[in-house]
Design a protein around this ligand. Structure first.
Ligand SMILES: O=C(O)C(=O)C[C@H](O)C(=O)CO
Ligand SMILES: [Zn+2]
Length: 276
């Protein structure tokens, strides 16, 4: 069997505030998503978002059904976005092969039965959420993303947000996905912080050097905790939690959301003085 999964329950903020380091890591950090020749899933109860990894290593890896979805095939009632964080690869969807280059994303709509990942050096980060309609498969590239330049060098948070899913690029049911890149020397993401109760979010940090890490901040704004996150590790961010971080070195990250709306502007900003 080349597919494995684990389940994460939804944790409320009072319970999270009582957790020690290992409990926080066990509930919110995903540190084993990528393994050669395997598809691995972390199925979360936050908006039923599943995040995964598929590393074909030159072979072909099929998107197989997993028990938590309770369906005959994985995308029977779900949609998927696969992001290639490795070298060039392919994804075949019901017999149609799509070339998926480095940092390309492929949207695969509900109903696709036969999905296969390929490529010797490709590494696919997967995000999937329940769907109510079937939209066409679409390749999403950085050139088609909506770009927002935020922050400043003086506050070490100068960065560009690439909204791959936007009104002009693709129609999705729930998934909203993009990538954030930093200007050299800037290390702070999502600061000032925000929360969005209508959507959960998952972050995948990558492009880190082996000895580098991101201090990821989570928790309610007045009750924050941190996670030490290393290269190619992901974090589940509940809707009540901030999700921000600073690296000890350069990094890139992919953010993905699912929930009641796909409205990027539906966020509650947290004033810097509110953080505790
Ligand atoms: O650096 C940032 O700021 C982000 O990338 C924020 C994410 O896009 C996000 O949290 C979207 O809700
Ligand atoms: Zn957010």
């Amino acid at each position: 069997m080349s597919t494995d999964y684990e389940i994460r329950f939804a944790i409320d903020p009072a319970a999270a505030a009582m957790m020690d380091t290992s409990e926080l890591r066990a509930n919110f950090l995903i540190d084993d998503l990528f393994a050669g020749g395997e598809v691995r899933w972390c199925y979360s109860h936050y908006d039923r978002m599943a995040v995964g990894g598929a590393v074909p290593e030159g072979g072909e890896l099929a998107l197989e059904a997993i028990k938590p979805t309770g369906t005959g095939f994985f995308l029977e009632r779900r949609e998927l976005i696969a992001v290639n964080i490795g070298d060039a690869g392919t994804i075949s969807v019901d017999g149609a092969e799509h070339a998926v280059g480095p940092r390309d994303m492929l949207y695969v709509g509900m109903g696709a039965r036969d999905v296969r990942f390929g490529g010797a050096g490709a590494k696919f980060y997967l995000v999937s959420a329940p769907a109510h309609a079937s939209y066409p498969t679409k390749l999403l590239q950085q050139s088609g993303a909506k770009r927002l330049d935020l922050g400043a060098r003086e506050t070490a948070n100068e960065r560009s947000i690439f909204q791959y899913v936007n009104a002009d690029s693709v129609k999705t049911c729930q998934l909203v996905v993009g990538l954030t890149q930093f200007a050299p020397g800037s290390l702070w993401n999502t600061m000032p912080a925000h929360v969005h109760d209508r959507r959960m979010e998952a972050y995948l940090y990558f492009d880190l050097q082996p000895d580098a890490f991101v201090v990821h901040l989570m928790g309610e704004p007045d009750e924050t905790r941190h996670l030490i996150v290393r290269n190619e590790q992901a974090v589940l961010s509940p809707p009540w939690s901030i999700h921000a971080g600073a690296g000890t070195g350069s990094y890139t990250f992919i953010w993905a959301m699912a929930g009641d709306n796909v409205d990027y502007t539906d966020v509650e900003k947290v004033a810097m003085e509110e953080l505790r």
